[in-house]
Design a protein around this ligand. Structure first.
Ligand code: IMP
Length: 431
């Protein structure tokens, strides 16, 4: 039995897709267990570019069966758009895709509800606006949630919408602030639209827990693709500035119906620095203006959100945070991505502790209100000038880059198994 989980150990966008791609050939299934179309991967294949946010990145490998586990929230128009985009790019999507009948469905009223909350002032999260939070709220609230399997029963679906939509309209109207009239929805129109989507998605909707359990019994190998980073995990992340699902590997068992003990290898993915999109505390943030190091890293690393296009916030590597998430994830190893982006900096800083209320702490206070008060304590290392993008083996790296990676490994207490110096497969160095 061999299952691998690839999980980001920061605030997301760690380039997990590349690691899934590198490990894909050793596996039979690639499975997402959390989130929805809030994740974003840009995949460049020769002259073709695919932007995926809901489908697992493994969909590009024809031998892999791609699975959207029950822990996801699915917006059918987006799923169909991604399938269409791949097909028109010559990628086969058919029996190689399975979508859990237990995924919760995102409706347009979820996005409207989120818009009303996020624009309502007060404590906003800075979400991706994809309806993720409101859909998960309906899931745990039970009375308003609709699952993918229900889309296949027209009369039942219409009945459910008839009772849910008027209530949603009242909620949205109550939440709305400002001069703009809140959008209101019609149960029949939504029913008509979603029944069309259901027809198109029917071939993929199935009991994916059973599919994966049968696969394991037959000796198949699974790779789990964590979406969002561990610091965005609903339970262990920087609450409330988190996403609404369990992005840590703890989400696998519930998010796809495979017992936790089957996961035998956990690969933690980190950037050589840190980024974050949306609001929330970020102790090592480099908020140093248009000519500062933060902006330089943002430009060179193309640090703009794939889903929303927002500029990502950029900062130094935070060992305190990653030690915390690596322990929660049970990471066996880490891969350090985007090391090439740091070339040309005279000095690099690594955060090794925090100061809070005049005391030094080495543990991570994940509650946002406490983390907000933490000041980073740094150690510095010399940088390097050399462009790393054509390095292919360890001995091609300058000594300063190797020392930087070694120091991260030492401080994290984890083996660095791979360093990435560019988006291509070849730009990967085994360490
Ligand atoms: P939501 O997941 O859209 O509800 O957004 C909640 C928070 O998670 C916001 O700060 C988002 O910017 C962030 N977030 C959600 N998905 C991702 C991702 O894939 N990468 C990075 N940040 C994300």
């Amino acid at each position: 039995m061999s299952c691998t989980c690839v999980v980001g150990l920061q605030w997301g966008d760690e380039a997990k897709g590349k690691i899934v791609d590198l490990l894909g050939n050793e596996h039979d299934f690639v499975v997402r267990y959390n989130g929805g179309a809030n994740a974003g991967h840009t995949i460049v294949w020769g002259d073709r570019t695919f932007k995926l946010s809901l489908l697992p990145t493994g969909i590009l490998k024809p031998h892999l069966r791609s699975v959207i586990g029950n822990g996801l929230v699915v917006y059918p128009p987006r799923l169909l758009e991604e399938i269409g985009q791949l097909r028109s790019g010559g990628i086969n999507v058919g029996a190689n895709l399975a979508v859990s009948d237990h995924c919760h469905v995102i409706f347009p009223y979820h996005m409207e509800e989120e818009r009303a909350v996020e624009q309502g002032g007060g404590a906003v999260i800075g979400t991706t606006g994809r309806g993720i939070g409101p859909c998960y709220q309906d899931k745990v609230g039970r009375t308003g949630g609709i699952r993918m399997g229900e889309l296949l029963y027209p009369e039942h679906l219409r009945e459910r919408l008839k009772s849910i939509v008027p209530r949603k309209n009242r909620i949205i109207a109550a939440l709305a602030t400002g001069p703009e009239k809140p959008r209101q929805f019609d149960a029949n129109e939504i029913g008509d639209e979603y029944l069309k989507h259901a027809d198109a998605l029917k071939p993929y909707i199935t009991d994916t827990a059973k599919l994966l359990q049968d696969g394991l019994k037959a000796g198949k190998k699974i790779i789990f693709e964590g979406a969002q980073g561990s610091l965005l995990d609903i339970d262990h992340g920087t609450y409330p500035y988190v996403t609404s699902s369990n992005s840590l590997p703890g989400g696998i068992a519930n998010g796809c119906g495979i017992p936790a003990r089957n996961v035998t290898r956990i690969v933690g993915v980190v950037k050589a620095y840190t980024t974050r999109v949306g609001k929330g505390p970020f102790p090592t943030e480099l908020d140093d203006g248009p000519n500062g190091i933060g902006e330089r890293i943002r430009k060179i690393g193309r640090e703009y959100g794939t889903v929303t296009g927002r500029p990502r916030r950029v900062g130094w590597f935070d060992v305190v945070a990653v030690r915390y998430t690596a322990a929660l994830a049970g990471a066996d190893e880490v891969t350090v991505m985007l090391l090439d982006v740091l070339s040309g900096l005279k000095e690099l800083a690594i955060c090794t502790g925090y100061q809070i209320d005049g005391r030094r702490i080495d543990s991570f206070p994940s509650d946002a209100f406490l983390l907000q008060r933490c000041k980073p304590l740094y150690e510095t290392l010399p940088g390097w000038e050399m462009d790393l993008t054509s390095a292919r083996k360890k001995s091609d790296l300058p000594i300063e880059a190797l020392k930087y990676v070694d120091r991260l490994s030492e401080l994290l207490g984890l083996r660095v198994s791979l360093v990435s110096v560019g988006p291509d497969r070849e730009q990967s160095i085994s360490i």
